[in-house]
Design a protein around this ligand. Structure first.
Ligand SMILES: Nc1ncnc2c1ncn2[C@@H]1O[C@H](COP(=O)(O)OP(=O)(O)OP(=O)(O)O)[C@@H](O)[C@H]1O
Length: 222
């Protein structure tokens, strides 16, 4: 379970302090699929970055199971991410000069998987996302929807416990959106916990619960 309590985060720009998260309280259970909605600038990506262990909060608590994530140093936070979190960031950037297969294989290479394991795992996610046909294409030539699917494949290839996605269907056509949602549902049915930031009600509708961020807090709406 992920449990966040009294989380606060502010950003300074010059002499102005922007209190983005003022008192965020959130519990997400293992195997749940939840949506986080809210107006632009309400702090959704900031919250996701903290949940992914990429950004520090100013104060509050964040427990991932029994792990006190905010107490982790940089190295332990990187390990925490590697073992637990698949993060699909907004407008994901792929690594140019490498083909689709090698982009998806990257996290597996970092965690020292064998060549045969890499081939088997990458082939599986390519097939699940219906992109086996572009496995050996250079990423520079991909469409927006294909790029998004490759970014999702890269985030899930290590089979993380929790998948965090920031606007995963933001820039894709309706058919690709349906494929991506089906994939999230399938991963969720396999037991993955999924947290999706979205402006799209259709995405929220397939989630178990929806939270709404406003005025620095995050409240359950359905
Ligand atoms: N590193 C940073 N430095 C300064 N300000 C930041 C930083 N990151 C985010 N902010 C500010 O925090 C506020 C919340 O940003 P955030 O990206 O979390 O919002 P959001 O709800 O995800 O927005 P959107 O829906 O447009 O993606 C914004 O005013 C943004 O400018």
């Amino acid at each position: 379970m992920l449990k966040v309590s009294h989380l606060q985060k502010s950003f300074l720009s010059g002499s102005h302090r922007n209190d983005v998260l003022k008192d965020v309280n959130l519990e997400i259970h293992d195997g749940e699929m939840v949506a986080i909605m809210g107006r632009s600038g309400s702090g959704k990506s900031t919250l996701l970055n903290i949940l992914a262990g990429l950004e520090q909060a100013d104060c509050g608590n964040y427990y991932f199971g029994s792990t006190d994530v905010l107490a982790l140093n940089v190295v332990h936070a990187a390990n925490f991410r590697k073992h637990n979190i698949g993060y699909i960031i907004q407008n994901s950037v792929l690594i140019h000069g490498k083909n689709v297969f090698n982009n998806i294989a990257l996290p597996l290479k970092y965690s020292k998987h064998s060549k045969s394991q890499i081939k088997q795992k990458v082939s599986f996610v390519l097939a699940a996302l219906h992109i086996s046909n572009i496995g050996y294409s250079p990423v520079e030539v991909l469409s927006g929807g294909e790029t998004q699917r490759v970014a999702i494949a890269r985030a899930i290839v290590q089979e993380p416990k929790v998948i965090i996605a920031d606007e995963p269907t933001g820039s894709v056509d309706e058919e690709t959106e349906d494929d991506i949602l089906k994939l999230f549902r399938m991963l969720n049915e396999q037991g993955k916990t999924i947290i999706i930031v979205t402006h799209n009600q259709k995405v929220a509708d397939i989630c178990d619960r929806t939270f709404y961020m406003k005025n620095g807090s995050c409240n359950l709406i359905t």
